[in-house]
Ligand binder design. Structure first.
Ligand code: NAP
Length: 250
């Protein structure tokens, strides 16, 4: 049955940024699809834990350094026995005019959004290879994987690079049965876009350009996330799928 191919029953997923926003929505969708979820967050994911019960385990880790990576995999394997899916969702954005943009705003964004993502992905891929059954990696990209944006140079650099390495890693790891894909959310109503939504002029400009006529929500991402984590997408590799209410096609 085709719907069985979308099931995540018996799968173990690591999702970063599990306490809020898009990451919380992905945790909920994976749990509903049958997966056990190790959610990584720097603050406790209390609300997510309450929603998901025994299918959820919270790992506390600050992803601004790579030192936490081995511990995340060890704790997941200790709790749930294996890893089948990784979603690199945690991310930060800093807004400042490019002419004044600080080194701190550059490094802090690149560390979380790109460096830790690459090395966590590498460590999870080693675990997949050790287990022998392949695996699924989903990188949360952005419209700024395709476009330039304004006042967010480090974010744009990180998200454009994420789309690039999604293709590189798919090229290298397809032979192990590992799929590496991305999801590029459009403009979604979460903490990430709080400042943008508070800016009346920017907010109405953005809304006017979204063909769907509304901001996206975490629920809008769930179908794409389950698809790319499941057997239904076994022949999809290296691609970043926009979930954007039509923004890129405009
Ligand atoms: P969000 O509500 O700000 O969530 C970001 C998540 O990343 C939070 O859980 C945050 O934890 C976590 N995080 C940030 N720095 C971290 C660190 N050093 N260690 C551990 N966790 C850290 O925004 P969101 O919209 O759900 O963002 C999720 C992803 O989607 C991000 O990669 C973002 O760039 C991407 N995205 C969002 C949009 C949008 O319109 N919202 C569009 C395109 C792409 P805290 O709560 O502790 O900060």
């Amino acid at each position: 049955m085709i719907l069985d191919k979308f099931s995540l029953k018996g799968k173990v997923a690591i999702v970063t940024g599990s306490n809020t926003g898009l990451g919380q929505g992905i945790c909920r969708a994976f749990s509903e699809a049958g997966a056990l979820v190790a959610g990584v967050s720097r603050r406790p994911s209390a609300e997510t834990a309450e929603m998901l019960g025994a299918s959820f385990h919270n790992i506390i880790a600050d992803l601004s350094t790579c030192g936490v990576i081995d511990g995340i995999i060890e704790e997941t394997v200790k709790k749930f026995g294996r890893v089948d899916i990784l979603v690199n969702n945690a991310g930060v954005i800093k807004r400042q005019d490019s002419i004044e943009f600080s080194e701190e705003n550059w490094d802090s964004v690149l560390n979380v959004n790109l460096k830790t993502v690459f090395f966590l992905t590498q460590a999870v891929a080693k675990q997949f290879i050790k287990q022998g059954g392949g695996g699924k990696i989903i990188n949360i990209a952005s419209m700024l994987s395709y476009q330039g944006g304004v006042r967010v140079p480090s974010y744009t650099a990180s998200k454009s690079a994420i789309r690039g390495i999604t293709m590189t890693l798919a090229n290298e790891w397809a032979k192990y049965g590992i799929n590496v894909n991305g999801i590029a959310p459009g403009y979604m109503a979460t903490n990430n876009t709080e400042a943008l939504r508070q800016d009346g002029e920017r907010s109405s400009d953005i809304l006017a350009r979204i063909p769907a006529g509304r901001w996206g929500t975490p629920a809008d991402l769930e179908g794409a996330a389950v698809f790319l984590a499941s057997e239904a997408s076994d022949y999809v590799n290296g691609f970043t799928l926009a979930v954007d209410g039509g923004w890129l096609g405009r």
